[in-house]
Design a protein around this ligand. Structure first.
Ligand code: ADP
Length: 384
């Protein structure tokens, strides 16, 4: 099939910042795109060829949208799976496949998948609701502390809570959930794998998530991770294995824990471009977004190596500010060596809302880390 400067149409479910960044690459290749998103102000709107407003969880909306395109992909996992399954049955190419998405969408099924395939992961128990979990605590069949996770619709940590005492369960929703062993880790790592339908497969270098010591928020994504080469190799091998077992097509971000004795344990996966790969736009030979496009169109994959060290700082709305956004001191950081801000195009800021990110590239990792800290301490996402 001819994708370039042709009538071919790539459909993308979801029009957020991931979609917007993906569209830079479809533009580069002159591939036509249709985007479906519920918001009139979706960040992707300005960069796609045709924008459709609609509910991603609604069967008919997703099904009808799928009928308009030649290949379908998504930038968010919360989409109507039944519609995707029907479209795939009818012959539409959907990458990643709804079959893979079904295994991943529910954290309980995802954990079962790791267990069945011998992939290292923290031990866990599944529960249909919170009440049955409480019963097991009262019967001393479940010991605290553990990590509570709702199996569906959690996002950016809001479906996760450490339970140290029974009172920590107050106010949690009575939904399907898992109780997971607490992993005492020294590092959180991630590896992005890309694979095309022909089976060509590549991994990006291991990245490290550096946390704020008190706030417990990821502050920096650092590539390459400052870890032993042997540990990095192990992490890449495990990520490859996960992708192959899922028979995954497109990008798969594999999030992992590095324990104190250097074991690698898989936490969870995301079947799409990922926050931990944003650095690749500036630091890699081929960005994660370009490789997603290449993978789902069964084109040869690009080189995943880095050209320089890259660090990413998330720009999230500052606490105490809501309303029309202002990026204070952005002019200042633009003057610094190797600093590139990405502004997603959301008009309104809210506390902790992801509004953009900044990439810092440098030949020297120590220098990059210093500049990243200056960026973090200088730019502020506030309201007018
Ligand atoms: P989300 O899907 O919301 O990103 P995660 O499963 O990645 O949720 O968990 C969010 C964070 O909670 C992780 O990045 C990690 O810091 C912490 N966490 C998750 N699972 C465990 C665990 N089993 N042990 C210790 N910390 C955990």
């Amino acid at each position: 099939m001819n994708y370039f400067s042709s009538d071919f149409k790539l459909g993308i479910l979801g029009g957020g910042q991931l979609g917007k960044m993906l569209l830079f690459d479809t533009r580069k290749f002159d591939i036509q795109t249709y985007v479906l998103d519920p918001s009139d102000e979706a960040p992707s709107r300005m960069a796609c060829n045709q924008f459709f407003k609609g509910d991603l969880m609604d069967f008919d909306t997703v099904y009808q949208f799928g009928k308009l395109v030649d290949v379908l992909t998504f930038e968010i996992e919360l989409v109507n799976l039944e519609a995707l399954e029907k479209l795939e049955d009818e012959g539409l190419k959907i990458y990643p496949s709804p079959k893979t998405l079904r295994k991943i969408q529910n954290k309980g099924t995802q954990k079962d998948f790791y267990t069945e395939h011998g992939i290292p992961t923290a031990t866990y128990k599944r529960f249909n609701d919170l009440k049955s979990l409480v019963v097991q605590i009262l019967d001393s069949k479940l010991k605290m502390p553990f990590v509570w996770k709702c199996t569906e619709f959690g996002y950016d940590g809001n479906g996760v809570k450490i339970i140290r005492e029974i009172a920590d369960l107050d106010n949690l929703p009575n939904v399907e959930c898992i109780a997971e062993e607490m992993v005492p880790f020294k590092n959180e790592l991630a590896v992005i794998v890309c694979r095309n339908p022909s089976g060509e497969i590549k991994t990006y270098p291991v990245v490290e998530m550096e946390f704020h010591p008190e706030a417990n928020q990821v502050e920096y994504v650092i590539c390459p991770a400052r870890i032993d080469e042997k540990v990095a190799e192990k992490a890449r091998a495990i990520a490859l294995n996960v992708s192959q077992n899922f028979n995954h097509v497109g990008l798969l971000a594999v999030e992992m824990f590095q324990t104190h004795d250097d074991q690698i344990i898989v936490n969870e996966v995301a079947p799409r471009p990922h926050n931990s790969g944003h650095y690749s736009i500036e630091a890699s030979y081929t960005s994660q977004f370009e490789n997603h496009v290449r993978a789902i169109l069964d084109l040869p994959l690009g080189n995943t190596d880095s050209k320089v060290a890259g660090i990413m700082v998330n720009l999230v709305g500052e606490e105490g500010f809501s309303g029309n956004v202002v990026y204070k001191n952005i002019e200042k950081i633009l003057g610094w060596y190797g600093v590139t801000p990405h502004i997603y195009g959301k008009k309104e800021t809210r506390p902790f809302r992801k509004m953009g990110h900044v990439t810092i590239v440098n030949e020297n990792m120590t220098e990059a880390r210093k500049i990243a800290e200056d960026v973090k301490n200088t730019i502020r996402v506030i309201s007018k």
